[in-house]
Design a protein around this ligand. Structure first.
Ligand code: ZN
Length: 63
């Protein structure tokens, strides 16, 4: 299942933020990014525990 990932600025590794619903072909071809607060969202890295504030445009789609 395709997934939105974020890259940790501390350990430089990617971690999954949200799964993309690919049951509908239009969601698969044109996935809509999950909503983010305008000021960003503080999320802890799943690998190193580093908390960083991410913006919506930092989401990257991984198949
Ligand atoms: Zn990290």
């Amino acid at each position: 299942m395709p997934t939105w990932v974020l890259k940790c600025p501390n350990c430089q590794r990617e971690f999954a933020h949200a799964k993309i619903d690919d049951t509908k072909i239009e969601d698969y071809l044109f996935p809509v990014k999950p909503a983010f607060p305008v000021l960003g969202l503080a999320i802890k890295c799943l690998h190193c525990g580093h908390e960083a504030t991410y913006k919506r445009n930092e989401l990257v789609c991984r198949a």
